[in-house]
Design a protein around this ligand. Sequence first.
Ligand code: IPM
Ligand code: MG
Length: 401
Amino acid sequence: MKEFIENAKKHFENIIIEQLARIEQLNSQKDWMDFSTISPIVIGIVGGDGIGPEISKHAKSVLEFLLKEQIKNNKVQFKTIEGLTIENRARVLKAIPDDVLEELKDCHVILKGPTTTPRKGDKWPNIESANVSMRRELDLFANVRPVKVPELDIDWMFFRENTEGAYVLGSKGINVTDDLAVDFKVITTQGSERIIRLAFEYAKNNNINKLTVVTKANVVKTTDGKFLSIAERVAKDYPEVEWDDWYIDIMTAKLIDPARRSQFKVLVAPNLYGDIITDEAAQIQGGVGTAGSANIGKRYAMFEAIHGSAPRMVEEGRIQFADPSSMIKAASLLLNHIGYVNLSRKLDMALDICVVYEKDFKMTGRSNGATGEQFTQYLLETLHDDNLEKKWSTFQAQTKK
Ligand code: IPM
Ligand code: MG
């Protein structure tokens, strides 16, 4: 018994040492990267696993189309990064192989296809998720996930903390004995403050007078309690933004309450709660296949779909029917992040037309729907259309009626 306790104490000690060192790093963080001064901006393209390479290919072709001029003038460069596949990761027993991590760090921003996350009992070794590892290694602390359903008057912007909470030590739990398993959840002042502040800044800069903090601070008193009390403090700096707080359970209910849900605008949550509510929100929008996500840090940023690699689609030979709109949405978030705000807006309008408004064109994930290739062609044609903006406004006006 004594030995078990000593082991657990040592394990805990190491975790505390690591986390205190991380806080030191957070305290000495540099400023945000200024993309207006960088040329060329290097965009890494990572295919990933399963349907990843297929939908990433389509998203890349949309970026190539929109950035034609910038590519020609060498203001933007693409860098294809192979090797972030489950086969390769399993071979070297690493969430991200060292050489791949180095290549990622040579880019400014990354467009990443979904990667397989192993779990106990799989055919793969139970290594850490590549996503979780990349978010931590590149310090991508803000997971920003927009969800919009114009006909339901829903326009949500989620800010999910991305480097702490139940996730960051998700592979560092300990089986103290055969019967006792303990996981660790970590929340820091610095980590909470930077995501909460980013959410408030977003609300303020976009004239949105409503921000909602989501925790379970009534039960998870120490860590969630800290997150909430930091929100209270940060909120004082933004008197123009009204804010409230909800617990994660009732929040999941309210997101499907037609009487309440359109009142929510900007939402900020610790990691796991953010993971859960953004899948729910994406489902309301039309499925996780329609939602893109920005993982943003001060130095690097990575853009991806919010869903996984869809192994079932691969097994059933349906890769070509995978919906690339999540990755294309991610590409739009990327354009916005590196300063091509108008191109991003144009792409959003085209996506709205092709995904939300154009009811005749359907992706079903199966042979009774369109292929990703057909969808991308249709999207490119929509982007070519000189009347894009007018078409979009007409659709919007009709929907609002
Ligand atoms: C997401 C995904 C990931 C997460 C998985 C693949 C590790 O669900 O991006 O939301 O849980 O963060
Ligand atoms: Mg998720």
